[in-house]
Design a binder for this molecule. Structure first.
Ligand code: RB5
Length: 145
């Protein structure tokens, strides 16, 4: 299960991604917003709770830049959020960082590229091995904070 959410700056991009997920038959939970103003940290917190509770495996968070969503999401223990605007980063944040949240900016990238990044993010497995040790060190940082 995937969970998707946005603030008011990324409603069109969220709709385009949901249409793409529908076409692919990929199940998702839509957290909103559908247009009403929304503070991105609130959306990030609500969406990430679906991941940390185990209700969803991965999430997609969208705002104007993707940056605010990623900053907020990365404050939540267990969340590894990556802002991506290129295919290489989307692939490697799965392979090496085991990212569980993809953040993108509607004001930064086009819808065509965004759905391509979603496909890469959803279909690339974590490599594990030496990267597991590094991801474990990220988790250790959460516990030091
Ligand atoms: C909202 O205007 C905008 O600040 C937000 O969508 C996002 O870009 C923040 O990082």
């Amino acid at each position: 299960m995937i969970v998707i959410g946005c603030d008011h700056a990324a409603v069109s991009l969220k709709k385009a991604i949901m249409a793409h997920l529908d076409e692919q038959g990929i199940a998702y939970m839509d957290m909103g917003t559908d247009g009403e103003p929304c503070d991105y940290p609130d959306m990030a917190e609500a969406l990430c709770a679906k991941i940390t509770s185990g209700e969803a495996e991965r999430g997609i968070l969208l705002c104007g830049t993707g940056i605010g969503m990623s900053m907020a999401a990365n404050k939540i223990p267990g969340i590894r959020a990556a802002v991506c605007s290129d295919c290489f980063s989307a692939r490697y944040t799965r392979l090496h960082n085991d990212a569980n949240v993809l953040c993108m900016g509607e004001r930064v990238i086009g819808q065509g590229l965004a759905v391509e990044l979603v496909d890469i993010f959803l279909h690339t497995d974590f490599e594990g091995g030496r990267h597991q040790r590094r991801v474990d060190k990220i988790t250790a940082l959460e516990n030091k904070a």
